[in-house]
Design a protein around this ligand. Structure first.
Ligand SMILES: Cc1cc2nc3c(=O)[nH]c(=O)nc-3n(C[C@H](O)[C@H](O)[C@H](O)COP(=O)(O)OP(=O)(O)OC[C@H]3O[C@@H](n4cnc5c(N)ncnc54)[C@H](O)[C@@H]3O)c2cc1C
Length: 466
């Protein structure tokens, strides 16, 4: 096995998680090379930890869960195997970045559901960790997979054919999601559902006084549950909590007195107009909601603070948001930069009173650990929100990394105590998060599945508990 590649793992991790010893890094460039690697690892007794672009910031970056893994950096496996512009599917390899796929889709009737992370993150890697894009959760983008199993065999799921074409979900059980947030194989291709490019994208944006957070969640819930005629993922975000005392770190320009309602309304002119009218009605009960504006995403100028969000809403990924949040000028600096970053990702209720209750509980943790955080509600469904709690810290300040980790641990316990399970985890907690939310019989089944396919625990040991 060769030494560190461009990922240069050692302790590169913006989250400052416990350092893991890495046995080496491999950089296969084709399906056959991945198969050869798996066979070699079996012979040598090595464990393999595949990453796509390894930019899982806040959750462990490219660092494996356990020690002594060989990291398999799939960033060089970056072919678009097929693009079906009639049905709206792309079949792509793990190294295909948001930037690459979005550029291919420019001027077509389809666009990519892009995330707010860096343009050079992997569509496959994000989908396998169940990320959120700005149109919907990436759960809805993952249509089928190709994976190499621990015995070197290749399987496809969900209707993806071995020649790399996608025909839609075919009859019979679909094991696609068994590979998501799990470690059954090394995923070498994904069929991705694209988003129809809308006629109009109205970008909703408004800054609301902090004390209206619960009311705003309730109002947005009403809007979605009564039926938002437009597509697009609405967010309540940048709700900031600062500790009563101590030094804390936050991205530049954050105003703790306000939070933001943000998201695209996508569809025909008439659909977007109706959605805006319904949204305004729903927000009547929220004080300060008259500040909410809906702008045409295509008209937002580069100097406008909304520009990055307008690009994303149009399926154009950008690193501007990440640079701004983490105070860097290049995403390559993030894992060694001065600012640390951790993510805590709970399911959150879409309910005004429960929201206030949870915020009060989280404030006690913020005060206890003298560390600031920002909360975001990604309103991915009409049932529950995907919460994104971002914890920023100064990596060089004595004790600040420790306090940030303590806040994440404590916050997680408080949230679970309030009925909010974790939906996406990190290299330190994934096992506990899975075990605490899965029945003994469920864990037994996962164990049997894993040992049937990977009896020696060759692939991604410890990832999401298995
Ligand atoms: C400011 C900021 C904004 C962010 N915004 C968002 C956002 O809007 N939405 C969002 O979801 N995230 C966001 N993130 C978090 C993160 O950066 C993204 O989720 C990113 O896409 C994950 O990194 P990646 O694509 O390189 O995936 P990887 O790091 O390559 O993959 C993630 C994990 O999946 C597994 N895996 C990856 N590829 C394979 C494979 N081929 N086979 C088997 N297992 C595999 C590995 O365990 C790996 O650790 C943000 C982070 C920051 C700092």
């Amino acid at each position: 096995m060769q030494g560190p590649s461009r990922l240069e793992l050692r302790s590169r991790d913006v989250g400052g998680h416990r350092t893991r010893a890495v046995a080496g890094v491999e950089t296969p460039r084709s399906l056959d090379e991945v198969r050869a690697l798996v066979r070699q690892a079996t012979a040598d007794g090595h464990r393999l930890y595949p990453v796509s672009t390894g930019r899982n910031w806040g959750m462990g970056s490219a660092v494996p869960v356990t020690d002594d893994n060989v990291v398999v950096d799939l960033g060089g496996m970056n072919r678009v195997r097929s693009l079906d512009l009639d049905a709206g599917y792309a079949v792509i390899e793990p190294g295909v970045t948001q930037r690459q796929l979005a550029a291919l889709l420019r001027d077509t009737p389809w666009m990519l559901n892009v995330t707010a992370s860096c343009a050079d993150t992997s569509v496959v890697g994000n989908g396998l960790d169940r990320g959120d894009g700005c149109v919907r959760s990436r759960v809805h983008d993952v249509a089928g997979l190709e994976a190499v199993l621990a015995d070197g065999s290749v399987v496809t799921t969900g209707g993806l054919d071995p020649a790399g074409r996608y025909h839609g979900r075919v009859a019979g059980p679909d094991l696609t999601s068994a590979f998501v947030q799990h470690n059954l194989g090394i995923v070498t291709a994904m069929a991705v559902s694209l988003v129809p490019r809308p006629q109009t994208i109205g970008l909703v944006h408004g800054r609301i006084p902090r004390d209206q957070a619960g009311t705003a969640i309730g109002a947005m819930t009403g809007f979605l549950r009564r039926g938002n005629p437009a597509a697009g993922l609405m967010r309540v975000r940048e709700l900031t909590m600062i500790p009563a005392a101590g030094e804390w770190t936050l991205p530049a320009g954050v105003d703790p007195g306000l939070f933001t309602i943000l998201g695209p309304l996508m569809g025909s002119d008439a659909t977007v107009e109706l959605a805006e009218e319904l949204l305004r009605k729903a927000l009547i009960e929220v004080e300060g909601a008259e500040a909410v504006r809906v702008v045409d995403a295509a008209e937002v100028a580069p100097g406008d603070p909304l520009y990055a969000r307008a690009l994303m809403a149009q399926g154009i990924p950008t690193c501007r948001g990440v640079h701004n949040a983490l105070g860097v000028t290049s995403c390559d600096q993030i894992d060694d930069g001065p600012m640390g970053f951790l993510a805590l990702l709970p399911l959150l209720p879409m309910h005004a009173r429960r929201t206030e209750h949870i915020l009060a509980a989280m404030q006690t943790a913020v005060d206890r650990h003298a560390t600031a955080l920002m909360i975001e509600w990604n309103l991915v469904s009409t049932h529950l929100a995907n919460g994104v709690i971002q914890i920023f810290f100064d990596r060089a300040a004595p004790d600040a990394p420790h306090r940030a980790h303590q806040l994440r641990n404590d916050g997680s316990c408080l949230l679970r105590g309030n009925g909010c399970a974790i939906y996406r985890s990190d290299i330190d907690h994934a096992a506990a998060d899975v075990w605490s939310e899965t029945s003994t019989a469920g864990l037994g089944m996962l164990h049997r599945l894993k040992t049937a396919l990977d009896p020696d625990g060759l692939i991604s040991p410890g990832r999401y508990g298995a």
